[in-house]
Write a protein that binds this ligand. Structure first.
Ligand SMILES: NC(=O)c1ccc[n+]([C@@H]2O[C@H](COP(=O)([O-])OP(=O)(O)OC[C@H]3O[C@@H](n4cnc5c(N)ncnc54)[C@H](O)[C@@H]3O)[C@@H](O)[C@H]2O)c1
Ligand SMILES: [Zn+2]
Length: 259
C-alpha cells in the first residue's frame, strides 16, 4: 500500500504536549511487515475460510489439525518477517514520552522493534499450551515450509493432549491481567494525554471500546488508519495513512521539538 501521510500539525502538537501516550494497535500495525489482517482476503489454501470461523474453540474441537495448520503457518510467517518503520517509531517514542503499548496483535513485532508491550489483549501466537490441561509447551513446534491443509498439533508431555496456540479465540475470555493492565493505563490518562489508535477496525470488543474510555478520561484520541472505521467519528484527529508512513513522521515531529 502506498499512501503518503499528510500529518496535521495539530496531531504532532497533541503528541508533543502529552505527558502519557496510550497506543492501541491492531492487525493493520503489522500489515506492512507482511502479516495480513483478518479482513484482507485470505489467500492460498485458506481462501475459502473465514478467520472468524477458524479462530474458534468450536473449529479446534471439530478438527485440531486443520486449525493448527493455519496457526503453524502464521507462526512461521511472523517469524520470517521484520518489524516495520511504524513499530520502530513507537519504540523510539518511548524514549521521549511515557508510552504504554496495548496490542490486539498476536505477533511479537512490537517487542522485536524494541517496545515493551504492556498487554497482548488477544494473547500471543507462540505461547503454546495444552488444550486439555493448560500446561505450557516450551519446545519449538515443527513448522511447515509451505502452507499445508492439515498438520498434527504437538503433544502435551503432561497429559498427551493437543497443544494449541496461546491466542484468544472468538468467544473466549481475554487474559484477565492484560485487561486489568489496559484499564489501569486508561484510568491513568488525564486531559492533555493522548490515545493513539493504530490499524484496528474497531469491531472486536472489548478492545473496540477502549478509545471511548480514553475519550471519557479527557485524552485526545488520534486514529491512524488508511480507511474509515467504526471509531473514526469519535476521534479528535484522524490521519488517513499507514502505520509505517505516519508513525515515523509523527515521532520525528516530536523528537525535533522535544518541548
Ligand atoms: N498481526 C497480528 O497479530 C494479527 C493479524 C491478523 C489478525 N489479528 C487479529 O485480528 C483481530 C481483528 O481485529 P483488528 O482490529 O486488529 O484487525 P482488523 O483486521 O479487523 O482491522 C485491521 C485494520 O487495519 C487497517 N489497516 C490495514 N492496513 C493498515 C496499515 N498499513 N496501517 C494502518 N492501518 C492499516 C484496516 O483499515 C483495518 O481497519 C484481532 O483479534 C487480532 O488479534 C492479528
Ligand atoms: Zn496436557
Amino acid at each position: 500500500m502506498t499512501q503518503t501521510a499528510d500529518l496535521p500539525r495539530a496531531v504532532a502538537a497533541a503528541v508533543r504536549d502529552a505527558r502519557r501516550i496510550l497506543v492501541l494497535t491492531g492487525a493493520g500495525m503489522s500489515a506492512e511487515s507482511g502479516v495480513p489482517t483478518f479482513r484482507d482476503a485470505q489467500t492460498g489454501l485458506w481462501e475459502a475460510f473465514d478467520p472468524s470461523q477458524l479462530a474458534t474453540p468450536q473449529a479446534w474441537r471439530d478438527d485440531p489439525p486443520f486449525v493448527w495448520a493455519w496457526y503453524a503457518w502464521r507462526i512461521k510467517l511472523v517469524r520470517d518477517v521484520e518489524p516495520n518503520a511504524g513499530h520502530r517509531a513507537l519504540a523510539d517514542l518511548a524514549a521521549l514520552r511515557e508510552v504504554t503499548v496495548v496490542t490486539q496483535n498476536v505477533d511479537d513485532l512490537h517487542e522485536r522493534a524494541g517496545s515493551e508491550v504492556a498487554a497482548h489483549l488477544h494473547g500471543a501466537l507462540t505461547e503454546l499450551r495444552c488444550a486439555d490441561c493448560h500446561t505450557q509447551y516450551d519446545d519449538a513446534p515443527a513448522l511447515p515450509d509451505e502452507p499445508v491443509e492439515r498438520l498434527a498439533p504437538e503433544t502435551c508431555a503432561a497429559c498427551g493432549g493437543d497443544v494449541r496456540p496461546g491466542v484468544v479465540w472468538f468467544g473466549e475470555m481475554l487474559p484477565e491481567e492484560a485487561v486489568r493492565t489496559t484499564e489501569d493505563a486508561i484510568e491513568a490518562l488525564a486531559p492533555g494525554d493522548v490515545c493513539l489508535v493504530v490499524g484496528t477496525s474497531g469491531i472486536v470488543f472489548p478492545a473496540a471500546g477502549y478509545p471511548a474510555m480514553a475519550l471519557a478520561k479527557g485524552a485526545t484520541v488520534i486514529e491512524v488508519n488508511p480507511v474509515e472505521t467504526d471509531i473514526s467519528d469519535m476521534c479528535h484527529h484522524v490521519v488517513r495513512g499507514t502505520a509505517a508512513n505516519v508513525l515515523p513522521e509523527l515521532v520525528g515531529a516530536v523528537a525535533d521539538d522535544p518541548g
